[in-house]
Design a protein around this ligand. Sequence first.
Ligand code: PGA
Length: 260
Amino acid sequence: MKILILPDRDAAVASCVALIADALTDKPDAVLGLATGGTMEPVYAGLLDRTRAGQVSLDRMTSFNLDEYVGLSPEHPQSYHAFMQERLFAPLKLEPARTHLPRGDAPDPVAEAARYDAAITHAGGIDLQLLGIGRNGHIGFNEPSSSLASPTRVKTLTRATREANARFFGPDEAVPRFAITMGIATILRSRHAVLLATGAAKAEAVAAMAEGPLSARCPASALQMHPKVTVVLDTEAAAGLELRQYYETVHPQGQEVTLV
Ligand code: PGA
């Protein structure tokens, strides 16, 4: 794992945006794996800024989001379809055929999950997978106890996740109980995974992911088996790392260093 510790949230977000922009510069028709959640909001704002400044284009990329709530149609304001439309797809006027999320309102969610996994493979696999991390160590909606060999499938959300996400729903709205999520195996097949975590609430999960045992207790720990992962942190999210000094020596201020 390459662990980059940036001085603050804005710097961590900027570093993450730069990784995505560089991937698109190298390969304009890259397949991106996208994520939702509060952590990603400034990332998409940063990508919009860079696009408007003419520094990067998302016009030729294809995207697959990690997950969607079962039971929510794409038009539902709390669906992840709506999140992505509002924050990235509509402002950039991206071709709908290039942007994919699982259909939460599919009549057969189990079949929809299998179709989605196959569609990722058919598109050539994911070049860069963007990830957040839950306080309980989930990536996508792979909750603790998820098989580390799981494909895209339907998962039951934990109470902790439903409580954490209740802030996006109205006071009278229930957070859905199920989601379709890329599996851990799906995520591990990506050619490069970039995980962004900011804020003190993520420190424990980040430490378990990077330095804890490989365990379904912390599904993100499966990233230890990924050949190319970049973990971008602010100092608060990095606070629980025992080997922090080492990471900061290898990448001072979260910067790349040349070897020779
Ligand atoms: P958050 O969600 O960015 O809203 O904290 C991350 C996640 O649950 O994966």
